[in-house]
Design a binder for this molecule. Sequence first.
Ligand code: CU
Length: 120
Amino acid sequence: MKKTLIAVASSIAVLSLPVVAEDMPGMKMDDMPMEGMQMEQEAQQTPTAKASGTIKAINMQKGTITIAHGAVPTLKWPPMVMGFKATSEQLGQVKAGDRVEFEFKAEGMVATIISIKVMK
Ligand SMILES: [Cu+2]
């Protein structure tokens, strides 16, 4: 009985640790859970779109990715180079120079990656 409780408690601790914590020891993590909740709510209200492009730069510290993307007819966007917000998990899947397909949501000037994958 005691062993089970310890096992459950330790797996909860592991799950609730933000993925970025190990990469950025100095970073403040207090607002991370809130941010995650907000993003889920906004995802239902803000327009999402799909695009493809080439990774220009990745900034793990800021949680951003710079992509030279093609036209996005859904949002009437021309081709351009711009930054997107992304999770450390998403950033870990790509590298500069990769051709990618991605889905994102746009809130004013801020675009956030929903999903991203490298094109073969
Ligand atoms: Cu753009």
